[in-house]
Design a protein around this ligand. Structure first.
Ligand SMILES: [Zn+2]
Length: 322
C-alpha cells in the first residue's frame, strides 16, 4: 500500500491548491482561452495557442521547441494542436517560457510531464516557475499555477538551438523580473525573416506593480525603461507576442487563411514599432503618477492585489493583461 501513498498525497495537495488561476473563473480568461485552429506562420513556426493566450511551436527535423504553456487549461489545446499540425507532444524536446505568470506558465508542468522536454528559463523567472507563482513581487500568492522544475537557467542573449532553429533570449524585465522576449531568424523557401516574440511590457495592475518606491522590486522602473530600449533595438519582421491582442492575432490569422494581400500579414515592423511606442507612453504615464503619489504619501502605499483578491486583468485593454 505504501506505493500508493505519494499518488494520494499529490492528489490531496492538488485539491488544496487555492482556487486561483487554474479555475478559469473569470469570463475574460475563458475568452482568451478559446480554442483556435493551429496554423503555420512562417517556415518552421506554427501557432498552437488559444484565441489570445499564445503558444508557438518550432518544428524541426530533431524535434519541437515549444514557447509557452498558457493557462493550465490551455495545455490540452496545445497538445491537440501539435497533433493537428502533424507533430505531437512527445516530439517536444525544449520548452521555453515568456514569463512566469499563470496565463503563460500554467500549462508548462503538464506539457513537461507529457513530453519529457527540458525547460529552459531565465534565471530571474526560474524561482517563480518552480514556486508555481507563489511570492510574486506584485500579486503575492494570488496568481498560482502548477509548479514546474527548470532544467537550465539561461542568461541574456543566450541562444538555444534545435534542428537548425536558433532562438535567442532577450531579457526584457519589468512585467516580471525575468520576462524574456525571444528572437529568431526564420527561413522559408530561401527567404529569411526576423521574428520577435514580445514577452510583455504591460503594467497589468498599477497599484500592485508600484513603479516607484517598491521594496519588493526596487529597480522596476529602470528595468521597464531598459526593456523599451532593448525592444527598440531589435530588428523585427514577424511581430509576435505572449498575448495575441498585442499584435492582432485573430485578424492577421484570418487574412493569412484567406491569402489576402501581397505581404505576409504577420510581417508587421510598423505594428511592432507602434506597440512599443504605445506601451512605453502608457508606462511613462503610470510612472509619473506612481512617483507623484509616492512622494505625496511615502509610507501609506502597500502592495495589494486587486479588490477581489485576484490578479487584475478585468478590462479589455491589452495594457492590463497579465
Ligand atoms: Zn504576464
Amino acid at each position: 500500500m505504501s506505493g500508493r501513498r505519494p499518488v494520494r498525497s499529490l492528489a490531496v495537495a492538488l485539491l488544496l491548491l487555492p482556487l486561483a488561476a487554474g479555475a478559469q473563473e473569470r469570463p475574460e480568461w475563458r475568452e482568451w482561452n478559446r480554442p483556435v485552429e493551429p496554423f503555420r506562420i512562417f517556415g518552421p513556426l506554427f501557432y498552437v495557442g488559444a484565441s489570445d493566450i499564445a503558444a508557438y511551436a518550432f518544428v524541426t527535423p530533431e524535434g519541437v521547441i515549444l514557447l509557452d504553456g498558457g493557462f493550465p487549461e490551455t495545455a490540452p489545446q496545445i497538445e491537440a494542436n501539435l497533433k493537428t499540425i502533424g507533430s505531437s507532444i512527445e516530439a517536444v524536446k525544449i520548452l521555453l517560457n515568456s514569463h512566469s505568470h499563470f496565463d503563460h506558465a500554467g500549462g508548462l508542468a503538464e506539457l513537461k510531464a507529457k513530453s519529457g522536454a527540458q525547460l529552459l528559463a531565465s534565471a530571474a523567472d526560474a524561482p517563480q516557475l518552480e514556486a508555481g507563482g507563489r511570492g510574486d513581487f506584485a500579486w503575492g500568492d494570488q496568481g498560482l499555477f502548477p509548479p514546474v522544475r527548470v532544467d537550465r537557467r539561461i542568461a541574456d542573449r543566450e541562444s538555444v538551438t534545435l534542428g537548425g532553429v536558433t532562438l535567442t533570449a532577450q531579457l526584457t524585465p519589468g512585467h516580471t523580473k525575468g520576462c524574456t522576449t525571444w528572437t529568431a531568424t526564420l527561413e522559408e523557401g530561401g527567404a529569411t525573416r526576423e521574428a520577435v516574440f514580445v514577452c510583455s511590457t504591460s503594467v497589468p495592475d498599477p497599484e500592485a506593480y508600484r513603479l516607484a518606491g517598491n521594496p519588493a522590486y526596487p529597480r522596476i522602473a529602470e528595468d521597464y525603461q531598459a526593456t523599451f530600449e532593448r525592444l527598440r533595438s531589435l530588428p523585427c519582421d514577424l511581430f509576435l507576442a505572449a498575448h495575441g491582442s498585442f499584435f492582432g492575432l485573430e485578424e492577421k490569422a484570418e487574412r493569412l487563411r484567406k491569402g489576402m494581400g501581397m505581404t505576409h500579414p504577420f510581417v508587421d515592423p510598423e505594428g511592432y514599432r507602434r506597440y512599443v511606442e504605445r506601451s512605453e507612453a502608457r508606462f511613462r504615464e503610470l510612472l509619473g503618477a506612481a512617483r507623484a503619489s509616492a512622494s505625496a504619501a511615502p509610507t501609506t502605499t502597500t502592495n495589494s492585489p486587486s479588490s477581489d483578491g485576484r490578479p487584475a486583468s478585468s478590462t479589455s485593454s491589452s495594457d492590463s493583461r497579465p
